[in-house]
Design a protein around this ligand. Sequence first.
Ligand SMILES: Cc1cc2nc3c(=O)[nH]c(=O)nc-3n(C[C@H](O)[C@H](O)[C@H](O)COP(=O)(O)OP(=O)(O)OC[C@H]3O[C@@H](n4cnc5c(N)ncnc54)[C@H](O)[C@@H]3O)c2cc1C
Length: 439
Amino acid sequence: MNDIPKNCTVLVIGGGPAGSSVATHLAKQGIDVVLLERALFPRNQVGESLIPHFWKFTDQLGVSEKIEQQGFVSKAGGITAWNGKIHQISFAKYGYKRPGLHVERDIFDQILLQHTQRQGAQVFQQVVVKKIDIDSASPIVSYVDARAEVNIEGCLQCRFVVDASGHSSVMAHQLGTRKTIDPSLNFLSLWGYFKNSRYVGVDRRSHAVADLQTVAPVTFVMSHADGWLWHIVLREKTSVGLIVQSGKMKGMNKSQRALYFQQSCATLPYLKNLLNDAEFVEHSLQYRPDYSYYVTQICRQNYYCIGDAAGFVDPVFSHGVQNAFYNAAVTALAITESLKNPDKSARFAQLCASRIQQFYSFSRALSLGDIGKNGVNRALVTSLMKSMPQLELELMLVASEMTNRSENFKQLARDAGVWAQFAEQENKSNLGFISELNL
Ligand SMILES: Cc1cc2nc3c(=O)[nH]c(=O)nc-3n(C[C@H](O)[C@H](O)[C@H](O)COP(=O)(O)OP(=O)(O)OC[C@H]3O[C@@H](n4cnc5c(N)ncnc54)[C@H](O)[C@@H]3O)c2cc1C
């Protein structure tokens, strides 16, 4: 068992996509990084749908080949059935050469973390960060090392702390900067796994899993009376999740929630057909009540909060992992520059916070139409729209048509002058609308 060092330049809390990738970026430049992860990987994680934007980040990290070798399910796009309207997005239509993926997150995240270690970062699993003292110029991080039979407490001093602890948000909880959002937009999630579910193909028909090699799947998303649901086919099983307005489940205990899930799967249109001959994987039902929050003071000159540790957006458009990768890339840049120019470290942290807030705002405006509150900055959203690569922007503008929650986002796109130009283009003017789905 390797000893945890007493000092390092950057201490990263958490080995999910945000933590592993910031550590990889820094280690690749020879910066001395230690990453402490509470769990022993592979660890369970939700969030299996990845949009193709993620490849540019894994290319930068140098891990795309390992991901390709794993043979995850390649998906062609998404289909939504939302308030009776059906839309389809095909990534290839928007010029994407590489597919989106449906990944088992325990495996995906482990590939990323192993890569981090190979780049030279020191990774310690089963070590839980308890407290961060950021009052001095060199923060002190206290942890409990649970690798041996008896837990050992320790601490480590560093120049920068990156909190990538996911929804635990260790730093923001400690500083009291984690804010719960407006109750009307407060959701929770219930999800579980099925064997032998049929899946939704790019041809808008349902297929047996045996067809996966011949007909590419899409991520299927559908609205229902209490929220929305996802259906994501993986290699050995299918992930089905319900997003429900928190108020709808108030006071329900574990078995009542299980009944609600079971009844929804057996009765909701489309879903019930897909699950007709499927078996529920016993004990696979999971629940995430703590789902809607954002963090103020994301970065300061000696600490950075990134990924889910900095905020969480309804996952309807699969932005979570992409957000984690993006936050990690800008944070690595800010830290690298701060090390070269220590006098400017407060300024680099401020710029980084603004970038993180910008993507959070964009994502939140797109998925929930939420603008001017809950940490969403309107000016940052329009500036991102204007500077985004055309291809990515187009895909997001089509996505805004798929639910009825993005009206404010579309108005912003009009204000930013990017909507008309896009909607008038030939073949894109129907914005993904399709008339039927044969499931
Ligand atoms: C219901 C639901 C569905 C989702 N669906 C999608 C989707 O389809 N596509 C998508 O892209 N995203 C989705 N997401 C979001 C996605 O899962 C997250 O955005 C993503 O995992 C964030 O990565 P992260 O590295 O910030 O955090 P995480 O992946 O949560 O990693 C944080 C790590 O920190 C560790 N940790 C926590 N506390 C400590 C501590 N005190 N000390 C040390 N380590 C600690 C944890 O063990 C964990 O490994 C979904 C989320 C939910 C809740």
